[in-house]
Ligand binder design. Structure first.
Ligand code: GLV
Length: 307
């Protein structure tokens, strides 16, 4: 088979991605946007948030590899024909980073670092009453590669972990539940809610005010999936009212978060600019090359997106 060509678009880090492709696949032709796409032979696009119309310019597009785990923006596009396979990354170094980030968030609530930060601002020396990890009931929403790794790691750390997904899953050490009724029944037994969900029609707006009201008194919320899961204004209102304890949010309904969003000023909300798990070019390109071989051999490929 003749070698296909890659056409790469990355908004901020194209040089590092191109260098990884050249290092790991020196035999492949590579063009980097805004150069024009390769004109001859099969072309596979490697993209993160490409400009509108990007795919229209590629004459022989055989497949699209998203340089990330979430494909909400790509799945919604009109310039990407439905018969072109769309493949997302599966883990590629992100699971470990997600585990670190969520563990930090859970520890911040369990070990009262949020309370101590507030006390420090008042020069207040006062011990909070301790809670063991097993006393903290964490619910992880989303049990894919990333959510599953988070749930497993928190359970190994001693937290009491429930994992929720739409369809049934099994994870050792984790009490797995599925379906919306089970979620609603479980929210009152949740001290920390950690969401690792993609943006789909089924997840958008799922954590509205009514569901947030079901959480245990003083529960904390962590979101590392997609920002449109949560009604952010409802969340901030409940934190400001003392009904919920606080939040650690890496993803927001609009990114960058507008300066007038209440989340910037909500007490005990810690915000990070969508950095919980970055894709690392080297492991990602390694994974894409394996998926490419599978795709060209007509085999099922992990991360293939149903569109
Ligand atoms: C980042 O949010 C990703 O989807 O990889």
């Amino acid at each position: 088979m003749t070698q296909p060509a890659f056409y790469l678009h990355h908004p901020t880090n194209a040089d590092a991605w191109a260098a990884a492709v050249r290092r790991l696949a020196p035999g492949l032709e590579l063009r980097v946007w805004p150069e024009p796409p390769p004109q001859d032979g099969a072309v596979y696009a490697l993209v993160w948030r490409p400009p509108v119309g990007f795919f229209d310019s590629i004459p022989n597009l055989k497949g699209v590899f998203a340089l990330g785990a979430g494909v909400d923006d790509l799945a919604a596009r009109t310039d990407l024909p439905h018969n072109v396979p769309l493949i997302r990354l599966t883990d590629a170094g992100m699971a470990q980073q997600m585990v670190e980030y969520v563990l930090f968030g859970v520890l911040r609530f369990q070990r009262d670092f949020d309370a101590y930060a507030a006390q420090q601002a008042e020069a207040l020396w006062r011990a909070q009453s301790p809670r063991s990890a097993s006393e903290v009931r964490v619910t992880v929403m989303g049990l894919g590669e990333l959510g599953g790794a988070v749930a497993r790691a928190l359970a190994a750390f001693g937290y009491t972990v429930t994992g929720w997904s739409r369809s049934p899953r099994e994870i050792e050490g984790v009490d797995c539940i599925h379906g919306l009724d089970a979620l609603d029944a479980h929210l009152p037994k949740t001290d920390v809610l950690a969401a690792v969900l993609p943006s789909t029609p089924a997840t958008r707006g799922l954590l509205d005010g009514a569901r947030l009201d079901r959480l245990a008194q003083g529960a904390g919320v962590i979101n590392v999936g997609r920002g449109d899961l949560i009604d952010i204004e409802a969340l901030c209102a409940r934190i400001d009212a003392g009904r919920l304890r606080g939040a650690l949010l890496d993803v927001l309904p609009a990114e960058p978060l507008p300066a007038d969003s209440p989340a910037w000023r909500c007490k005990s909300v810690l915000l990070t600019p969508h950095v919980a798990a970055s894709t690392l070019p080297e492991p990602a390109i390694r994974q894409i090359l394996v998926k490419l071989d599978g795709l060209r051999a007509g085999q099922p490929v992990s991360g293939a997106v149903e569109r």
